[in-house]
Design a protein around this ligand. Structure first.
Ligand code: PLP
Length: 392
């Protein structure tokens, strides 16, 4: 029996079957290269779904994390710790936002933003102004409330009753947004719908939505769980849209592989929560925050310019490959459109056989490589992708 078979059998017997896993067990990695339990080598174009911002086992990140690990792994939020404050300060100074609440996952960050928006409105306008508009085809998480917020019918099953107070607007339709604005306290959107198929939301629409929200004291929540932390070539994607959101949520890439999420509060809502309104046991964990400080510090102007350049390099190369009809996205968040009826899941399977880990996003092949991927690693991944596409 191979090492993989042993791992798979145990997993199938004892781990709940909520995931459709590929038949590979990853055991170690460095930057964008990783190895499976039987010694096969892959180039990672997934970062674990946009999580490992600095790749596998980055030296600076390991140093930051292990130094903190040797001092204090956790103490409750009843006490101060330094890393949490340092990270909050960095995030505020870099984004112009005013306060940060730390959580542990994207769904939880979105829950925090939803609570903040509802409380802001309740305190100012009283009951009944609690609706939140999100976009059709969005994805905001897997808790009962963030499933409600997700604008895709396939997610609204089995788990009834869902949280009330969400309605959906076609991305790009300012008319629908304004028509549905009665009793609305917030509009929440991704700027590039990630799970929805790497679909950038139209800039004019976003600007008009921001203006409408500002004029009507409706809060604008930007879900940057996937687009944040350098992924699109700026620290947060909203900077490239030229907007000033009231609330921004961040997760995935912010912890570099440790569970960490953040809600960033703008001026209007910076004091909306009082002690006791919102909390989480693990939020602001000093180890996760120490690693995140290292990540944010590394993402300077030069680093972010490289993310953009690498994204352009991939685009140029991919557009010349067989069965490719287009490529969407920004920076190192890219979605490849396939021609000739080829299924994205089949390309991912072929990628594994050819030594590259890829993702799907609906009908597209999605690429979310570590931001630190080298050109040599990229060349290897692109060669594997091309070989995979040639096999159809
Ligand atoms: C992944 C994702 C989430 C959910 O994050 P979890 O950490 O899995 O809870 C929410 N919003 C967006 C845009 C995401 O990509």
């Amino acid at each position: 029996m191979s090492n993989f078979d042993t791992i798979q059998r145990r997993d199938s017997e004892y781990v709940a079957h909520t995931y459709g896993r590929f038949p590979v067990a990853i055991t170690s990695g460095r930057n964008a290269v990783c190895f499976d339990a039987d010694g096969r080598r892959y180039i990672d174009m997934t970062s674990g779904i946009g999580v490992n911002s600095l790749g596998f086992c980055d030296e600076g990140w390991i140093k930051a994390v292990t130094e903190q690990l040797g001092k204090l792994q956790h103490i409750s939020n009843l006490y101060y710790t330094e890393p949490c404050g340092k990270l909050a300060e960095l995030l505020c100074k870099r984004t112009g936002m005013k306060k940060v609440f730390f959580a542990n996952s994207g769904a939880e960050a979105n829950e925090g933003a939803i609570k903040a928006a509802r409380k802001y409105s309740f305190m100012k306008y009283g009951e009944g102004r609690s609706k939140i508009l999100t976009l059709k085809n969005s994805f905001h998480g897997r808790t009962v409330t963030t499933l409600s917020a997700t604008g895709q019918d396939v997610f609204h099953n089995y788990f009834f009753p869902f949280t009330e107070g969400f309605d959906f607007v076609e991305a790009g339709s300012i008319a629908e947004l304004t028509a549905k604005s009665e009793g609305v306290c917030a509009v929440m959107m991704e700027l590039i719908q990630g799970e929805g198929g790497v679909l950038p939301v139209d800039r004019e629409f976003v600007l008009e939505a921001e203006k409408f929200c500002r004029e009507n004291d409706i809060l604008l929540i930007i879900d940057e769980v996937q687009t944040g932390v350098g992924r699109t070539g700026s620290l947060y994607c909203f900077e490239q849209y030229g907007i000033r959101p009231d609330l921004v949520t961040s997760a995935k890439g912010i912890g570099g592989g440790l569970p960490l999420a953040a809600v960033l509060f703008g001026e209007k809502v910076e004091n909306v929560f009082s002690p006791g309104d919102h909390a989480t046991t693990f939020g602001g964990n000093p180890i996760a925050c120490s690693g995140a400080v290292e990540i944010i510090n590394r993402l300077d102007e030069g680093f972010l310019a490289e993310v953009v350049k690498k994204g352009e390099y991939i685009r140029e190369r991919v557009l010349k490959m067989p069965h490719v009809s287009g490529i969407a996205g920004m920076g190192l968040m890219l979605g490849i459109e396939l021609a000739d009826g080829i299924k994205s899941a089949d390309v991912v399977k072929a990628g594994i056989a050819n030594g590259a880990l890829l993702l799907t996003a609906k009908a597209k092949v999605r690429l979310l490589p570590p931001l630190t991927i080298t050109y040599a690693e990229l060349d290897e991944a692109l060669a594997a992708l091309e070989k995979s596409l040639e096999s159809f």
